[in-house]
Design a protein around this ligand. Structure first.
Ligand SMILES: [Fe+2]
Length: 393
């Protein structure tokens, strides 16, 4: 066991089929009267913002601005713009309704309005914040990023085409609302790719250098719930019970990796996102088995254990102890295959539209990505490129 470790989750979690209706009392708790709502067009069009507003019917608040045009891959410029609106409208809290990009944008805006800064870039890096931020309420509409409970935000810097990483315990949202009504309309393809992001969080949290007994518990249960629900949910997205379990699993994986951090799958994913604009979950799905093979010697004991929550008791018991770690990777590849058949989720970088001439740039960016520091094995540029080439074909 580690000689010393830290674990924190300050976010209050409201979870259940009527979770949204409990938001007004949280506004009271935080004395919020004029929150700004941040979301994206798709979420607004799907009627999810209306659902939140309706559920907050009895609340003593004015939604002083609704920003519904946050792009998929939000940037520092976007954040700077929204922070100005927040200040102009004299808002006193932030409600983020959306996926990773919306939530991370909200965290970025929260940094600027709380620190009275003008340019988000000045705050990039680790532990740059010195005091609590404004109240932040997060309502995820995908079950993937876990950003509703993490101390991390990833926001693109347009000028350098680099993903900036912000980490601080003050970035953890105050309240996360896990309500299946928010993910019930998520199409099968997005259900698959966001679930693969959550699964990657849990696996990397359980295998990276900063893992600890608390993060292990969250990661373990997340893997079990994701594995139990993912294929069925892709086939039938209307099952509220499964939607709730999947959303809870994604949040648990978020708690796990927010404390133990992630590794090489995320370094490669951030780089592929910045260079070739591949959606994060797609990159996670493609790189995961390749990285498990690369890290194999360092993580085989953990993978052996994780076969149980991933594949269930029957397969775990039937598999010879020496074969369990390999079986784990096989099961991930099987899952990749199934999701590809059901939703055409790409299995290779080529299928995802990456050009061969971009591979070297991805390798270069990946080895300079912050997530690499806790990967269980060091990675050279040549090794990263080899993994990327395998993932390309
Ligand atoms: Fe991720």
């Amino acid at each position: 066991m580690k000689e010393y470790f830290e674990f924190q989750n300050k976010t209050k979690i409201l979870a259940g089929k009527k979770a949204l209706e409990n938001l007004p009392s949280e506004f009271d708790n935080f004395r919020v009267k004029r929150p700004i709502i941040l979301t994206d067009r798709g979420v607004n069009k799907a009627g999810l913002v209306d659902k939140v507003i309706k559920a907050c019917g009895g609340a003593d608040v004015i939604f002083s601005a609704i920003i519904d045009d946050i792009p998929q891959d939000s940037s520092t410029e976007e954040v700077n713009k929204i922070a100005e609106i927040y200040n102009e409208k004299k808002c006193d809290g932030i409600i983020a309704i959306g996926g990773g990009s919306v939530i991370d944008t909200a965290k970025g805006v929260n940094i600027l309005v709380s620190e009275k800064g003008k340019d988000l870039k000045e705050f990039a890096g680790a532990e740059r914040l010195k005091r609590p931020l404004r109240p932040l309420f997060v309502i995820p509409t995908t079950a993937g990023t876990g950003s509703e409970v993490t101390a991390v935000a990833v926001i693109k810097d347009d000028k350098s085409a680099t993903k900036l990483l912000f980490t601080s315990r003050y970035l953890m949202p105050d309240v996360a609302v896990i309500d299946p009504r928010m993910t019930i309309t998520l199409p099968a393809y997005l259900t698959a790719l966001t679930a693969m992001d959550a699964l990657t969080h849990a696996i990397e949290a359980y295998t990276c250098l900063q893992k600890n007994l608390f993060s292990d518990v969250y990661a373990w249960k997340a893997i079990e719930l994701i594995s139990k629900n993912i294929v069925e949910l892709v086939k039938n997205g209307k099952d509220k019970e499964k939607r709730l379990e999947m959303a809870i699993a994604a949040t648990m994986a978020g708690v796990a990796f927010s404390n133990s951090m992630v590794g090489l799958v995320h370094s490669l994913g951030h780089a592929a996102g910045a260079v070739a604009k591949i959606p994060h979950g797609v990159a996670m799905n493609i790189f995961l088995p390749h990285v498990l093979k690369f890290n194999y010697e360092e993580i085989k004991e953990e993978l052996k254990e994780l076969l149980l929550p991933l594949a269930g008791e029957e397969i775990y018991v039937k598999t010879n102890e020496k074969e369990r770690a390999r079986k784990f990777i096989e099961k991930i590849e099987e899952l990749q295959e199934k999701l590809n058949k059901l939703t055409k989720l790409p299995k290779t970088l080529k299928e995802a539209g990456v050009k061969e001439e971009q591979l070297e740039k991805i390798a270069e960016k990946a080895i300079n990505d912050g997530s690499l520091t806790l990967n269980p094995k060091d990675v050279t540029k040549e090794e990263a490129l080899r993994i990327i080439m395998k993932a390309y074909k």
